[in-house]
Write a protein that binds this ligand. Structure first.
Ligand SMILES: C[S@@+](CC[C@H](N)C(=O)[O-])C[C@H]1O[C@@H](n2cnc3c(N)ncnc32)[C@H](O)[C@@H]1O
Length: 433
């Protein structure tokens, strides 16, 4: 038996990284390793760097694997694929980490896994070939980074010229955006943050836990991408208006609606996520009525002045933080989400009082979940009309408003002129006649 003391340096973090990457390859969302999984901050940062590089470069690594594994990926081989992808990420795309550790630790990690042990020779041979070709592999085209499933629709929707900015954003990852409870200059300085738009500020911080930032415990801000903060601001109702937040958890938009002075009902079908919403509101010292129910069938006792529907979607707009989404989603997944969004939009409209305002939004780059849903809604829901957003409502991001008054953001945009991009989001504002 190998004692912990005699373990090669860097092996434990690679084993943890391989387990996490394997779960993402199997369909889970990427969640960075935290202090409970790897206590040492430097090990944790390195493990997360390896995983995110493997995920961001997945398209290029697929190409390399295809070129090097003559018989394809061996089946039922435990963590073999995850270890291989992490090691290729290091060898080819993170040369500053050194090639020796990539090779040696990959073979060691393979030997520790009873399901992959018999493949340690193959691991060694494949990585040696990758090392010999690393200069060639290191200059593979960025076109490989976006799967064909989405590449073609994005070229159609955003133009060929926008795509390099998308791949750049995919490789760069996301800064941390916060929505402030109060615009306090002292707090902004303490956070080392830069104002972006309205009450959103940006911190170029990737590795520190958010709980350690100034003002977290006191509930002075919440984490929310600059794009995600746009929809709730566009409701524009009177103070005290009754607003229903459908698909509300974990509550970023609920918090904004409460901040705006509305009487908010927050509804979501996922009980665990609703628990997180309640915890988040408690930290912020905000109150809302909370309901765990299906937004497709919920029937309110009385109608609302405003409804915000942040519908479940393909989430392709979040690829800076979740590079795996573009590989997880298929065309059929998008079609399934489109059907669900229509059902939820129909019920959102039923919950809205005459003269009330409805915001529909999704964190998707797919026109099928955005612009095309507006045409469907206007044709299918009599009494619903567009309430166009105007450029002056979008100070700092005027170019995001199209001719119909719909809002479209994407990762190549610079909110408030700031570097770092933003999520892909679509927002439409309607009114009930
Ligand atoms: C994009 S997330 C919402 C994010 C949230 N609005 C915020 O700003 O923090 C979508 C949410 O839809 C919820 N959801 C999915 N299907 C639902 C349904 N049929 N009824 C209610 N909620 C649903 C999910 O549980 C998830 O919390």
């Amino acid at each position: 038996m190998t004692s912990k003391k005699s373990e090669p340096a860097g092996l434990a973090l690679r084993l943890a990284a391989a387990e996490r990457l394997r779960s993402v390859l199997n369909g889970d969302n990427f969640v960075p390793l935290g202090p409970t999984e790897l206590a040492d901050g430097r090990d944790r940062a390195l493990a997360n760097r390896l995983i995110t590089t493997a995920l961001r470069r997945q398209g290029q690594i697929n190409f390399i694997i295809h070129a090097l594994l003559d018989k394809g990926m061996p089946g039922k081989s435990g963590t073999f694929e995850a270890v291989l992808r992490l090691s290729l990420a290091q060898l080819v795309f993170l040369p500053d980490l050194g090639a020796h550790s990539a090779l040696f630790l990959a073979v060691e990690a393979t030997k520790r896994d009873p399901k992959a042990r018999h493949l340690s020779g193959l691991m060694n041979a494949v990585l040696r070939r990758a090392q010999a070709n690393s200069a060639k592999f290191g200059t593979l085209s960025d076109d490989l980074l976006i799967p064909d499933t989405f590449g073609d629709t994005w070229v159609d929707a955003y133009g060929e010229a926008a795509i390099p900015a998308f791949t750049e954003a995919l490789l760069a990852g996301a800064p941390l955006d916060l929505t402030l409870k109060d615009n306090d200059a002292e707090l902004i300085a303490e956070l080392g943050a830069t104002p972006v738009m309205a009450d959103t500020v940006r911190i170029d911080m990737r590795d520190r836990p958010v709980e350690a930032l100034p003002g977290y415990a006191e509930g002075r801000w919440w984490v929310q991408d600059a794009a995600s903060a746009i929809p709730a601001r566009l409701l524009k109702l009177e103070q005290g208006a009754r607003v229903l937040d459908l698909c509300a958890a974990p509550g970023g938009k609920t918090a904004q609606l409460i901040k705006a002075g509305y009487a908010v009902t927050a509804l979501d079908s996922d009980a665990r996520r609703m628990e997180r919403l309640r915890e988040n509101l408690a930290r912020l010292d905000y109150n809302a009525e909370t309901i765990t129910a299906d937004a497709g069938t919920f029937g309110p006792n009385s109608l609302y002045d405003g409804v915000l529907l942040d519908a479940p979607c393909s989430a392709t707009g979040t690829f800076r933080r979740h590079p795996e989404v573009v590989w997880h989603r298929s065309v059929a997944d998008v079609q399934g989400r489109v059907r669900l969004q229509r059902a939820l939009l129909t019920n959102a409209f039923r919950c809205l009082d005459a003269g009330g305002v409805l915001i529909y939004c999704v964190c998707s780059l797919e026109p099928a979940e955005g612009e095309e849903q507006v045409s469907w809604a206007l044709d299918s829901l009599p009494g619903l009309e567009l309430y166009p957003v105007t450029a002056d409502e979008m100070a700092g991001l005027e170019s995001a408003v199209d001719q119909r008054g719909l809002v479209r953001t994407h990762p190549g945009m610079a909110p408030g002129g700031q570097a770092g991009g933003m999520d892909g989001f679509f927002v439409a504002r309607f009114r009930r006649r």
